[in-house]
Write a protein that binds this ligand. Sequence first.
Ligand SMILES: [Zn+2]
Ligand SMILES: [Zn+2]
Length: 387
Amino acid sequence: MPVKNRLAELHADITAWRRDFHEHPEILYETHRTAGIVAEKLQAFGCDEVVTGIGRTGVVGVIHGKSDSAGKVIGLRADMDALPIHEQTGLDYASKTDGAMHACGHDGHTAMLLGAAQYLAETRNFDGTVVLIFQPAEEGGAGAKAMCDDDLMKRWGIQEVYGMHNWPGKPVGEFAIRPGAFFAATDQFDIEIEGKGGHAAKPHETIDSTVIASHTVLALQTIASRNADPIEQIVVSVTAFETSSTAFNVIPQRVHLRGTVRTLSPDVRDLAETRLRAICEGTAATFGGTAKVDYHRGYPVMVNSEEQTEFAAGVARDVSGSCSDAPLVMGGEDFAFMLEERPGAYILIGNGDTAMVHHPEYNFNDEAIPAGCSWLAEVVERRMPAA
Ligand SMILES: [Zn+2]
Ligand SMILES: [Zn+2]
């Protein structure tokens, strides 16, 4: 069972939709144009219900199968938002919006889910209901959470959810997946270190905030190397070090540190936060200063359910001939919020030899469309087989 014929027929249409989205990227919750087109198309395909404004600018479409003997409901999710990046692809359909770009392929995800929706609305060859979920603000805005907070799962009785992301460097149209923890929890921290500023030639009359901050940056590395179990995955990165003075001859009063913590289990996440606070406050106190820590919890760990992952991998193998074991990813993915509410699976689809996502020369590979759409449609038809 390779790519579905009907979806191969629709390849040119879906590619045109994708390139139109690419040309008109919208950031975070500002996906008004995209959501409008999505809703319009879902209506035109004959969806049984189309609702806008879920999670601010999210769209939900509902398609009932030919029969509904067991009341099964599956959710398929795509993300619609772009990134604040200045596109450098030189494509004839490159972004027309300065400083916004579809650099993560969400244009492709949205177009593929629309393609699957058209096919499913035409054929309805399944026993149950599919809920098509188009979310805004995956890139740092927690759009998936906003849709869940608008009662997405309960309102449509969704029992399982599936999502997909393109993956540069993997052969186009091939799949990869893993059960359990898959994408990392992504937290951020701001640390304000306060000493006592003064003349650089009279350090004994100051409390040097740069010395405290330097010790702090190094000590924070012991969370990964000395506190977390070595078999666990954790990243602690300090990404900004800003002194309150940039003069040659001034010891600054304050230093602001900023960074990110990535973890793959709730226990390690808690440990990291606890240790980060203790290290910052303790190090500052050692040298007579103070540290104020703001720790912001971002996306949770994204965990694929065992059973649904095995099922999703089986479908992928049938569509493209292979489905490999995906590596752990220390990046974040807000589909994690949906997987916290319902069992399901998230799969990667190869984007071929392209620039990495979030790079200004990245582009979604339209050759992945037939396989991606076929996987989405097959998940519905095989999980809820027609009577
Ligand atoms: Zn991204
Ligand atoms: Zn993405």
